[in-house]
Design a protein around this ligand. Structure first.
Ligand code: NI
Length: 138
């Protein structure tokens, strides 16, 4: 069971008001959960900066008629097979593919892997979501 601790924070009144309005829009029902989530986000950001083992998702959109690109993206995935948990390929229409790649590994390797996808000629859109294995974050 998680042990809870209460503590006081001194904040600028208008900053707290802004925060309350912000979290209300996000449907938080109390400040504690919103604040804990902010702390977790910062700790997870730090996992990435300190080259810890992390998880994430890479999203790519590309034209499947560009066969060289399709082969290149496949080669990259084989080069980094240790870091790739799964790949989901969706045929968006006659021309475009959406690929969702779940990844896990040292942050440095993951960033390098993303860079190879992103810089591949013909990739229309590449975005990268940093996540966590959850092991070091309560
Ligand atoms: Ni496709």
């Amino acid at each position: 069971m998680v042990e809870l601790t209460r503590f006081g924070i001194s904040l600028d009144k208008s900053l707290l008001r802004q925060f309350d309005e912000h979290i209300k829009k996000k449907h938080y029902t109390n400040r504690s959960k919103a604040l804990a989530d902010l702390i977790r986000k910062d700790l997870i950001k730090n996992e990435w900066q300190e080259n810890k083992t992390v998880c994430g998702v890479i999203t790519l959109v590309y034209n499947h008629h560009k066969r060289e690109l399709v082969n290149r993206l496949m080669d990259i995935q084989h080069d980094y097979h240790d870091n790739i948990l799964s790949t989901q390929h969706l045929h968006l229409d006659e021309d475009n593919c959406l690929e969702i790649i779940a990844i896990k590994g040292k942050a440095k390797n993951i960033k390098e892997l993303f860079g190879r996808f992103e810089s591949s000629k013909g990739v229309k859109y590449a975005v990268f979501t940093e996540a966590t294995t959850g092991k070091e974050v309560v």
